[in-house]
Design a binder for this molecule. Structure first.
Ligand SMILES: Cc1cc2nc3c(=O)[nH]c(=O)nc-3n(C[C@H](O)[C@H](O)[C@H](O)COP(=O)(O)OP(=O)(O)OC[C@H]3O[C@@H](n4cnc5c(N)ncnc54)[C@H](O)[C@@H]3O)c2cc1C
Ligand code: SF4
Length: 329
Protein backbone atom coordinates (compact mmCIF):
# COMPACT_ATOMS: atom_id res chain seq x y z
CA UNK A 1 0.00 0.00 0.00
CA UNK A 2 2.98 2.31 -0.36
CA UNK A 3 2.23 5.83 -1.75
CA UNK A 4 -1.43 5.49 -0.83
CA UNK A 5 -2.28 7.57 2.24
CA UNK A 6 -4.88 6.67 4.85
CA UNK A 7 -7.74 9.14 5.22
CA UNK A 8 -7.54 11.84 7.87
CA UNK A 9 -9.18 15.12 8.72
CA UNK A 10 -7.07 18.14 7.67
CA UNK A 11 -7.19 21.29 9.78
CA UNK A 12 -5.88 24.73 8.74
CA UNK A 13 -5.80 26.75 11.98
CA UNK A 14 -5.67 30.55 11.69
CA UNK A 15 -3.50 31.17 14.77
CA UNK A 16 -1.05 29.43 17.10
CA UNK A 17 -3.81 29.46 19.71
CA UNK A 18 -6.18 27.57 17.38
CA UNK A 19 -3.43 25.13 16.40
CA UNK A 20 -2.71 24.54 20.07
CA UNK A 21 -6.39 23.89 20.85
CA UNK A 22 -6.57 21.33 18.04
CA UNK A 23 -3.44 19.54 19.21
CA UNK A 24 -4.76 19.36 22.74
CA UNK A 25 -8.12 18.12 21.49
CA UNK A 26 -6.74 15.28 19.37
CA UNK A 27 -3.80 14.30 21.59
CA UNK A 28 -2.11 11.14 20.24
CA UNK A 29 -4.45 11.12 17.23
CA UNK A 30 -3.25 14.56 16.09
CA UNK A 31 -0.19 15.37 13.95
CA UNK A 32 1.36 18.76 13.19
CA UNK A 33 2.48 19.22 9.64
CA UNK A 34 4.57 22.07 8.20
CA UNK A 35 6.29 21.34 4.85
CA UNK A 36 5.21 17.71 5.08
CA UNK A 37 8.48 16.36 3.67
CA UNK A 38 9.01 13.98 6.57
CA UNK A 39 5.38 13.47 7.57
CA UNK A 40 4.03 12.52 4.15
CA UNK A 41 6.61 9.72 3.88
CA UNK A 42 5.22 8.25 7.08
CA UNK A 43 1.64 8.57 5.86
CA UNK A 44 2.37 7.16 2.42
CA UNK A 45 4.08 4.14 3.95
CA UNK A 46 1.04 3.89 6.26
CA UNK A 47 3.27 3.42 9.28
CA UNK A 48 1.79 6.48 11.03
CA UNK A 49 -1.93 7.08 10.70
CA UNK A 50 -3.07 10.15 12.64
CA UNK A 51 -6.80 10.92 12.56
CA UNK A 52 -6.23 14.69 12.44
CA UNK A 53 -3.48 16.52 10.57
CA UNK A 54 -2.96 20.12 11.69
CA UNK A 55 -1.23 22.23 9.06
CA UNK A 56 0.72 25.12 10.57
CA UNK A 57 2.63 26.07 7.41
CA UNK A 58 0.35 29.03 6.68
CA UNK A 59 0.60 30.66 10.12
CA UNK A 60 2.20 34.05 9.38
CA UNK A 61 3.18 34.48 13.03
CA UNK A 62 5.50 31.45 12.68
CA UNK A 63 7.19 32.60 9.48
CA UNK A 64 10.11 34.91 8.77
CA UNK A 65 13.60 35.89 9.81
CA UNK A 66 13.87 38.91 12.09
CA UNK A 67 16.79 40.92 13.37
CA UNK A 68 16.54 41.57 17.10
CA UNK A 69 19.02 43.40 19.26
CA UNK A 70 20.84 40.40 20.68
CA UNK A 71 19.66 37.59 18.46
CA UNK A 72 18.22 36.66 15.07
CA UNK A 73 14.84 34.95 15.21
CA UNK A 74 13.81 32.35 12.64
CA UNK A 75 10.11 31.41 12.67
CA UNK A 76 9.64 27.65 12.77
CA UNK A 77 7.72 27.44 9.45
CA UNK A 78 10.31 29.51 7.58
CA UNK A 79 11.33 27.36 4.62
CA UNK A 80 14.87 26.19 4.10
CA UNK A 81 14.93 28.13 0.80
CA UNK A 82 13.91 31.33 2.60
CA UNK A 83 16.83 30.74 4.97
CA UNK A 84 19.23 30.11 2.11
CA UNK A 85 18.14 33.40 0.49
CA UNK A 86 18.35 35.44 3.69
CA UNK A 87 20.97 38.21 3.54
CA UNK A 88 20.78 38.54 7.32
CA UNK A 89 21.64 34.87 7.93
CA UNK A 90 24.34 34.96 5.26
CA UNK A 91 25.93 37.98 6.91
CA UNK A 92 25.82 36.72 10.50
CA UNK A 93 25.64 32.91 10.41
CA UNK A 94 27.05 31.51 7.15
CA UNK A 95 27.64 28.16 8.90
CA UNK A 96 23.86 27.73 9.00
CA UNK A 97 23.52 28.67 5.35
CA UNK A 98 26.13 26.06 4.42
CA UNK A 99 24.21 23.43 6.41
CA UNK A 100 20.83 24.38 4.92
CA UNK A 101 22.10 24.45 1.35
CA UNK A 102 23.26 20.84 1.67
CA UNK A 103 19.82 19.54 2.67
CA UNK A 104 18.05 17.25 0.20
CA UNK A 105 17.21 19.09 -3.05
CA UNK A 106 15.98 22.60 -4.00
CA UNK A 107 12.42 21.25 -4.37
CA UNK A 108 12.45 19.80 -0.85
CA UNK A 109 14.01 22.97 0.56
CA UNK A 110 11.24 25.04 -1.07
CA UNK A 111 8.62 23.28 1.09
CA UNK A 112 10.64 21.91 4.04
CA UNK A 113 10.78 24.15 7.10
CA UNK A 114 13.40 24.71 9.78
CA UNK A 115 10.96 23.45 12.45
CA UNK A 116 10.32 20.29 10.45
CA UNK A 117 14.02 19.84 9.87
CA UNK A 118 14.91 19.80 13.55
CA UNK A 119 11.77 17.87 14.61
CA UNK A 120 11.97 15.19 11.92
CA UNK A 121 12.16 11.54 12.91
CA UNK A 122 15.12 9.24 12.38
CA UNK A 123 15.62 7.54 9.00
CA UNK A 124 16.55 4.11 10.46
CA UNK A 125 15.37 1.77 7.67
CA UNK A 126 13.86 -0.79 10.01
CA UNK A 127 11.84 1.75 11.95
CA UNK A 128 10.69 3.60 8.82
CA UNK A 129 9.65 0.30 7.27
CA UNK A 130 7.37 -0.39 10.23
CA UNK A 131 9.44 -3.02 12.09
CA UNK A 132 8.24 -3.27 15.72
CA UNK A 133 11.56 -2.19 17.24
CA UNK A 134 12.25 -0.53 20.65
CA UNK A 135 11.56 2.94 19.25
CA UNK A 136 8.27 1.74 17.81
CA UNK A 137 7.24 0.22 21.17
CA UNK A 138 8.63 -3.30 20.58
CA UNK A 139 11.33 -5.20 22.44
CA UNK A 140 14.32 -5.42 20.11
CA UNK A 141 16.58 -3.34 17.88
CA UNK A 142 16.78 -4.71 14.35
CA UNK A 143 19.69 -2.43 13.43
CA UNK A 144 22.03 -3.69 16.14
CA UNK A 145 22.48 -7.34 15.14
CA UNK A 146 25.51 -9.01 13.47
CA UNK A 147 23.91 -8.95 10.02
CA UNK A 148 21.86 -5.75 10.23
CA UNK A 149 22.17 -2.79 7.87
CA UNK A 150 23.66 -0.17 10.20
CA UNK A 151 25.94 1.91 8.02
CA UNK A 152 24.07 5.12 8.93
CA UNK A 153 23.78 4.40 12.64
CA UNK A 154 25.47 5.63 15.82
CA UNK A 155 28.99 5.05 17.15
CA UNK A 156 28.40 6.84 20.49
CA UNK A 157 25.95 6.82 23.38
CA UNK A 158 23.60 4.05 22.35
CA UNK A 159 20.86 2.93 24.72
CA UNK A 160 18.88 0.13 23.06
CA UNK A 161 18.33 2.30 19.95
CA UNK A 162 21.30 3.08 17.66
CA UNK A 163 19.51 5.53 15.34
CA UNK A 164 20.70 9.10 14.67
CA UNK A 165 18.93 12.38 13.96
CA UNK A 166 19.16 13.10 10.23
CA UNK A 167 18.91 16.89 10.64
CA UNK A 168 21.72 18.79 8.91
CA UNK A 169 20.87 22.04 10.67
CA UNK A 170 21.10 20.38 14.11
CA UNK A 171 24.93 20.48 14.56
CA UNK A 172 25.06 24.07 13.23
CA UNK A 173 22.35 25.17 15.69
CA UNK A 174 24.15 23.43 18.56
CA UNK A 175 27.45 25.09 17.60
CA UNK A 176 25.71 28.49 17.41
CA UNK A 177 24.10 28.09 20.87
CA UNK A 178 20.63 28.47 19.37
CA UNK A 179 17.59 28.54 21.62
CA UNK A 180 14.30 26.86 20.71
CA UNK A 181 11.11 28.62 21.75
CA UNK A 182 8.28 26.16 22.37
CA UNK A 183 4.61 26.88 22.98
CA UNK A 184 2.40 24.47 24.88
CA UNK A 185 -1.15 25.07 26.12
CA UNK A 186 -0.67 28.85 25.98
CA UNK A 187 2.64 28.79 27.84
CA UNK A 188 6.08 29.34 26.36
CA UNK A 189 9.37 27.75 27.35
CA UNK A 190 12.90 27.97 25.95
CA UNK A 191 15.29 25.08 25.42
CA UNK A 192 18.89 25.32 24.27
CA UNK A 193 19.51 23.43 20.99
CA UNK A 194 21.95 21.21 22.84
CA UNK A 195 19.17 20.00 25.16
CA UNK A 196 16.45 20.07 22.48
CA UNK A 197 17.77 16.92 20.81
CA UNK A 198 17.32 13.97 23.15
CA UNK A 199 18.76 10.47 23.16
CA UNK A 200 17.03 7.12 23.70
CA UNK A 201 18.11 6.98 27.34
CA UNK A 202 15.89 10.03 27.99
CA UNK A 203 12.90 8.89 25.92
CA UNK A 204 13.20 6.28 23.21
CA UNK A 205 9.95 7.33 21.53
CA UNK A 206 11.05 10.93 20.81
CA UNK A 207 14.11 12.55 19.23
CA UNK A 208 13.54 16.03 20.64
CA UNK A 209 12.23 17.81 23.70
CA UNK A 210 8.94 18.37 21.84
CA UNK A 211 6.02 16.56 23.47
CA UNK A 212 2.68 15.83 21.83
CA UNK A 213 1.08 19.19 22.72
CA UNK A 214 4.12 21.32 21.86
CA UNK A 215 4.56 23.68 18.93
CA UNK A 216 8.04 24.90 18.09
CA UNK A 217 7.51 28.60 17.53
CA UNK A 218 10.90 30.07 16.70
CA UNK A 219 14.61 29.41 16.79
CA UNK A 220 16.77 32.20 18.20
CA UNK A 221 20.43 32.51 17.36
CA UNK A 222 22.45 34.77 19.65
CA UNK A 223 24.58 37.39 17.92
CA UNK A 224 27.47 36.26 20.08
CA UNK A 225 28.62 34.14 17.12
CA UNK A 226 27.78 36.65 14.35
CA UNK A 227 30.69 36.98 11.96
CA UNK A 228 32.67 34.19 13.64
CA UNK A 229 35.02 31.93 11.69
CA UNK A 230 33.10 28.84 10.66
CA UNK A 231 33.21 25.45 8.99
CA UNK A 232 30.51 23.07 7.82
CA UNK A 233 30.99 19.85 5.94
CA UNK A 234 28.60 17.05 5.12
CA UNK A 235 29.66 13.63 3.89
CA UNK A 236 26.94 11.59 2.20
CA UNK A 237 26.86 8.84 -0.38
CA UNK A 238 25.56 11.28 -3.00
CA UNK A 239 26.26 14.98 -3.42
CA UNK A 240 22.55 15.90 -3.41
CA UNK A 241 19.23 14.53 -2.18
CA UNK A 242 20.89 12.39 0.44
CA UNK A 243 21.16 12.31 4.21
CA UNK A 244 24.46 12.86 6.02
CA UNK A 245 26.59 9.90 6.99
CA UNK A 246 28.60 12.32 9.13
CA UNK A 247 28.57 16.11 9.20
CA UNK A 248 30.42 18.72 11.23
CA UNK A 249 29.74 22.35 12.17
CA UNK A 250 32.18 24.69 13.88
CA UNK A 251 32.19 28.34 14.93
CA UNK A 252 35.30 29.97 16.36
CA UNK A 253 36.80 33.27 17.38
CA UNK A 254 40.47 34.14 17.26
CA UNK A 255 42.45 36.81 19.00
CA UNK A 256 46.12 37.61 18.39
CA UNK A 257 46.45 34.53 16.18
CA UNK A 258 45.13 32.18 18.89
CA UNK A 259 41.75 30.46 19.08
CA UNK A 260 39.92 32.18 21.92
CA UNK A 261 36.50 30.51 21.65
CA UNK A 262 35.31 27.52 19.67
CA UNK A 263 32.25 25.25 19.47
CA UNK A 264 32.15 22.12 17.33
CA UNK A 265 29.34 19.60 16.84
CA UNK A 266 29.14 16.48 14.77
CA UNK A 267 26.00 14.85 13.34
CA UNK A 268 25.36 11.25 12.31
CA UNK A 269 27.50 9.73 15.05
CA UNK A 270 25.03 9.50 17.94
CA UNK A 271 21.31 9.99 18.36
CA UNK A 272 21.77 13.71 19.05
CA UNK A 273 24.36 16.12 17.59
CA UNK A 274 27.62 15.42 19.45
CA UNK A 275 29.48 18.37 20.96
CA UNK A 276 33.17 17.74 20.37
CA UNK A 277 34.27 19.21 23.68
CA UNK A 278 37.53 17.25 23.72
CA UNK A 279 38.57 18.92 20.45
CA UNK A 280 37.32 22.32 21.63
CA UNK A 281 39.35 22.02 24.86
CA UNK A 282 42.59 21.29 23.12
CA UNK A 283 42.10 24.10 20.58
CA UNK A 284 41.38 26.91 23.03
CA UNK A 285 44.38 29.20 23.46
CA UNK A 286 46.30 27.54 20.60
CA UNK A 287 47.07 28.57 17.03
CA UNK A 288 45.49 26.52 14.27
CA UNK A 289 48.13 24.64 12.29
CA UNK A 290 49.31 21.15 11.28
CA UNK A 291 50.07 20.16 14.90
CA UNK A 292 46.56 21.04 16.11
CA UNK A 293 45.04 19.33 13.07
CA UNK A 294 46.83 16.11 14.00
CA UNK A 295 45.71 16.34 17.63
CA UNK A 296 42.10 17.13 16.68
CA UNK A 297 42.07 14.14 14.35
CA UNK A 298 43.42 11.90 17.11
CA UNK A 299 40.90 12.85 19.81
CA UNK A 300 37.73 13.58 17.77
CA UNK A 301 36.28 10.08 17.91
CA UNK A 302 37.79 8.92 21.20
CA UNK A 303 35.39 6.50 22.92
CA UNK A 304 33.50 5.64 19.72
CA UNK A 305 32.29 2.06 19.33
CA UNK A 306 31.40 0.95 15.83
CA UNK A 307 28.61 -1.41 14.80
CA UNK A 308 29.22 -3.97 12.05
CA UNK A 309 29.05 -1.65 9.06
CA UNK A 310 29.84 1.85 10.31
CA UNK A 311 33.54 1.63 11.27
CA UNK A 312 34.27 4.23 8.60
CA UNK A 313 32.59 6.90 10.74
CA UNK A 314 35.46 6.86 13.25
CA UNK A 315 38.30 7.99 10.92
CA UNK A 316 35.81 10.20 9.08
CA UNK A 317 35.05 12.13 12.28
CA UNK A 318 38.77 12.64 12.84
CA UNK A 319 39.31 13.86 9.27
CA UNK A 320 36.39 16.30 9.48
CA UNK A 321 37.67 17.71 12.77
CA UNK A 322 41.13 18.16 11.23
CA UNK A 323 39.65 19.92 8.21
CA UNK A 324 37.65 22.24 10.47
CA UNK A 325 40.88 23.19 12.26
CA UNK A 326 42.68 23.65 8.92
CA UNK A 327 39.97 26.08 7.79
CA UNK A 328 41.06 28.45 10.59
CA UNK A 329 44.74 28.43 9.74
C1 LIG B 1 14.15 12.71 -0.20
C2 LIG B 1 14.43 13.45 1.08
C3 LIG B 1 15.71 13.85 1.35
C4 LIG B 1 15.98 14.56 2.54
N1 LIG B 1 17.27 14.92 2.78
C5 LIG B 1 17.55 15.59 3.92
C6 LIG B 1 18.90 16.01 4.17
O1 LIG B 1 19.81 15.83 3.38
N2 LIG B 1 19.14 16.64 5.35
C7 LIG B 1 18.16 16.89 6.26
O2 LIG B 1 18.44 17.49 7.31
N3 LIG B 1 16.90 16.51 6.05
C8 LIG B 1 16.55 15.88 4.90
N4 LIG B 1 15.26 15.50 4.66
C9 LIG B 1 14.31 15.58 5.76
C10 LIG B 1 13.23 16.65 5.85
O3 LIG B 1 12.18 16.32 5.00
C11 LIG B 1 13.60 18.05 5.57
O4 LIG B 1 14.80 18.34 6.22
C12 LIG B 1 12.53 19.09 5.93
O5 LIG B 1 13.13 20.26 6.46
C13 LIG B 1 11.46 18.68 6.90
O6 LIG B 1 10.63 19.81 7.13
P1 LIG B 1 9.06 19.78 6.90
O7 LIG B 1 8.56 21.12 7.26
O8 LIG B 1 8.76 19.31 5.52
O9 LIG B 1 8.63 18.67 7.96
P2 LIG B 1 7.22 18.05 8.30
O10 LIG B 1 7.12 16.72 7.61
O11 LIG B 1 6.12 18.99 8.10
O12 LIG B 1 7.44 17.82 9.85
C14 LIG B 1 8.42 16.90 10.32
C15 LIG B 1 8.12 16.56 11.77
O13 LIG B 1 8.26 17.72 12.58
C16 LIG B 1 7.06 18.03 13.27
N5 LIG B 1 6.96 19.49 13.21
C17 LIG B 1 7.14 20.28 12.13
N6 LIG B 1 7.07 21.58 12.48
C18 LIG B 1 6.80 21.60 13.80
C19 LIG B 1 6.61 22.66 14.74
N7 LIG B 1 6.71 23.95 14.40
N8 LIG B 1 6.36 22.33 16.03
C20 LIG B 1 6.29 21.03 16.40
N9 LIG B 1 6.47 20.00 15.56
C21 LIG B 1 6.73 20.28 14.28
C22 LIG B 1 5.96 17.29 12.52
O14 LIG B 1 4.90 16.94 13.38
C23 LIG B 1 6.69 16.06 12.02
O15 LIG B 1 6.75 15.10 13.02
C24 LIG B 1 14.95 14.83 3.47
C25 LIG B 1 13.64 14.43 3.17
C26 LIG B 1 13.37 13.75 2.00
C27 LIG B 1 11.97 13.33 1.71
S1 SF4 C 1 18.12 1.69 15.68
FE1 SF4 C 1 16.39 2.43 16.89
S2 SF4 C 1 14.90 2.95 15.31
FE2 SF4 C 1 16.34 1.53 14.34
S3 SF4 C 1 15.59 -0.55 14.66
FE3 SF4 C 1 16.91 -0.09 16.40
S4 SF4 C 1 15.50 0.67 17.98
FE4 SF4 C 1 14.46 0.84 16.02
Amino acid sequence: MSDYMHSFELFEPASIGDASKLINKFGKDGWIIAGGKDSLDWFKDRNKRPKAVINIANLKELRGIKDNKDYVSIGSVTTLTEMEDSKLLKKHFPVLIDAVSRIASPQIRNAGTLGGNVAQDTRCTYYRDGFPCYRAGGNTCYANTPTAMNREHAVFDVARCVAVTPSDTAPALVALEAEMVISSKGKTRKVMAEEFFIGPATDITRMTALKKNDILVEIRIPKKWAGAKYYFEKVADRQTWDFSLVNIAMVAKTSGGKISEVRMACGGVQCTPRRMTNVEDLLKGESAGPEMEKLAKRVAAQGAKALNYNHFKIPLMGNLAARAVRSMA
